[in-house]
Design a protein around this ligand. Sequence first.
Ligand SMILES: Cc1cc2nc3c(=O)[nH]c(=O)nc-3n(C[C@H](O)[C@H](O)[C@H](O)COP(=O)(O)OP(=O)(O)OC[C@H]3O[C@@H](n4cnc5c(N)ncnc54)[C@H](O)[C@@H]3O)c2cc1C
Length: 268
Amino acid sequence: MYDIIIIGAGPAGLSAAITARSRGKSALVISGPCADSGLYKAPVIDNYPGLPGISGAELSDRLAKHAEDAGAVFASGKVTSVLTSDGGVSVGFGSEFESGRALILALGIVQTQVFPGEAELLGRGVSYCATCDGMLYRKRKVVVVALAPDAHAEAEYLRSIGCEVTEVTSTKIKILGDTNVTAVEIDGAAVPCDGVFILRKSIAPAALLADLDIRDGHLVVDENFATAVPAVFASGDCVGKPYQIAKAVGEGQRAAFSAIEYIDKGAD
Ligand SMILES: Cc1cc2nc3c(=O)[nH]c(=O)nc-3n(C[C@H](O)[C@H](O)[C@H](O)COP(=O)(O)OP(=O)(O)OC[C@H]3O[C@@H](n4cnc5c(N)ncnc54)[C@H](O)[C@@H]3O)c2cc1C
């Protein structure tokens, strides 16, 4: 078990990792491809103190090396589930799970669109990961809502294990069913199925963890960067504007300090 799991390898997440390590806490950073972070996309940065003219890619590489040299562990993958318990958090990405005493969400600007029926039927026919849940739907009818670059490959994987796959790229989607998914309405037409894989580039925080408080598209945190869920902290663009690197770095550090305090109180 790690002390702190951090989702996101932008400036907020990497700053949190550096701070966690400087206080002797183990830290796992889980992230999608680095090119997905807002930082990596910035061609030239002229307002980060001390490093005028640096490119986003170079700053990203330097921050990642700093965190790695400090002893942070890195894993790549899209986190699709977070479970909390008294003992901490458990985070699912791909077919892997890791657990930690505290979690810091540093997701960047997050998409918040959730289809009607999606949250209600999550885990009861709605899935975000074919690799993790595909076998549950072997030889059954599934719909793949393909909104990420790797979605077609995931649909092919489902076909390879015998699923009857309907692949769609529409965003006019409604998930139907009372206790389990029975159909997906696509552009007004119902397609009967046993499961639906919604494969987006990023996952809406509300879909990761239902009890998070979200306002105007941002995660709500208190002055200590704690979310509404115990053991879960958040920082950077996902908690609000201005969307700036210096802000993200400072908030990542503060979220890490709060997570450390939370862990140390529990250990008393
Ligand atoms: C083109 C461009 C130019 C910019 N120029 C500047 C500038 O000059 N100066 C400035 O201060 N700011 C600039 N910004 C803004 C700045 O890049 C952001 O404010 C900053 O990167 C936010 O940091 P962050 O850590 O919150 O998020 P990000 O840097 O966006 O990092 C988010 C991380 O979360 C990961 N992630 C998200 N969801 C998941 C999931 N479910 N599972 C696993 N990983 C996940 C992503 O892969 C990524 O690693 C610019 C942004 C852009 C796009």
